[in-house]
Design a protein around this ligand. Structure first.
Ligand code: ADP
Ligand code: MG
Length: 324
């Protein structure tokens, strides 16, 4: 199978919203008049972001999910995406699975595949996603104000726990691994929550490299500091909710590592004034996404971690950095 047959079979479908989709030199989009375009790219590299033997359907899902998560963080509505794919060889079973996972998530969010590029080489997936947002309403990292509440959506740390197990660092029972692995391999982009937070949140971002490291980007962009309640964040590891959970056996340190510096959570972290607590609760309800208040924005720079007694917790949780 050649390059163009491959594109035709796996990545070409009738256009829906786009004016022109796959097949010409450019795709043509017809954005709603007056809207701003939100644009973001994320690349997934074999051996760096995923294991070579990962289920291709899960990989297709994750490749788009991490991009949709960026749109969610900005409060944008997904429109379309392009797919740049480098493949070592044509493996039809792999391609069919990959396309199934990718396009199922695309359909769930009305986000249309409109073009891309296909080449032979090491397995590498780069998606560029486009969304729309009313002018001036995008959620940014720079709006956090002293006194604001700090929230995160969903759960934290399960993806990291899965990674630790898959790397052989932390043994996990099979049923536990199966659950946390879902969070690593099939993250849920918080697209509805992000859009509903427009006009409510003062700042937002998505969590890809670990809560504390990512939060520090909001703090820096906003020129503020924060206090985070680690007894609350430690309980956000979903696995601890299972009666049979192995997390009951783990020391608090591992749980803190996973929840504070885990990475691959793809939840939203955001801030909002205390006067908007009811609005945040309503947004959470309307979007069907749990949110938890985990701390407070402070005027003085720096990140303070406290335990249930309000005592300082030592902060030595580095976030993921490809070049460190
Ligand atoms: P060009 O050489 O003009 O850039 P290509 O020959 O690379 O175009 O691609 C042909 C068409 O197929 C283009 O419309 C391109 O956007 C699309 N395309 C290529 N690879 C992919 C892919 N992996 N997924 C979706 N569309 C693709
Ligand atoms: Mg090309």
């Amino acid at each position: 199978m050649g390059e163009f047959d491959l594109i035709a079979r796996y990545f070409t479908r009738p256009v829906r919203k786009a004016a022109l989709g796959v097949g010409d030199d450019c795709a043509l989009l017809a954005p709603a008049p007056g809207m701003q375009l939100a644009v973001s790219s994320d690349m997934l590299v074999e051996g760096r972001h995923f294991f070579a033997d990962v289920d291709p359907e899960a990989l297709g899902h994750k490749a788009l999910a991490v991009n949709l998560s960026d749109l969610a963080a900005c409060g944008a509505r997904p429109l379309a995406f392009t797919l740049a794919l480098s493949l070592p060889r044509v493996d039809e079973a792999w391609l069919a699975g990959f396309a199934r996972g990718l396009l199922a998530l695309a359909d769930a969010h009305g986000c249309e595949l409109v073009g891309g590029d296909t080449t032979q080489g090491p397995l590498n997936i780069c998606i560029t996603v486009l969304g729309e947002v009313p002018p001036g309403q995008a959620l940014l990292r720079s709006g956090a104000q002293p006194g604001d509440d700090i929230y995160v959506s969903g759960t934290l740390g399960d993806a990291r726990l899965a990674l630790e197990a898959l790397l052989g660092h932390t043994p996990l029972p099979a049923d536990t691994l199966a659950r946390v692995r879902q969070r690593l391999e099939r993250p849920t982009p918080r697209v509805a929550l992000g859009q509903a937070l427009r006009g409510v949140a003062s700042s937002a971002m998505d969590l890809s490299d670990g809560l504390l490291g990512d939060l520090s980007h909001i703090l820096k962009a906003s020129g503020v500091g924060a206090r985070i309640d680690t007894h609350i964040t430690s309980n956000l590891i979903a696995e601890s909710a299972y009666p049979s959970s192995a997390t009951a056996l783990f020391d608090a340190e591992l749980i803190r590592q996973c929840t504070l510096a885990g990475g691959d959570d793809y939840e939203l972290a955001f801030t909002a004034p205390p006067a908007r607590r009811d609005a945040v609760a309503a947004v959470s309800q309307a979007s069907g996404t749990s949110v938890t208040r985990i701390g407070t924005v402070l005027a003085e720079p720096g990140l303070q971690l406290v335990d249930a007694q309000g005592q300082a917790v030592e902060h030595r949780y580095a976030s993921f950095d490809h070049f460190r």
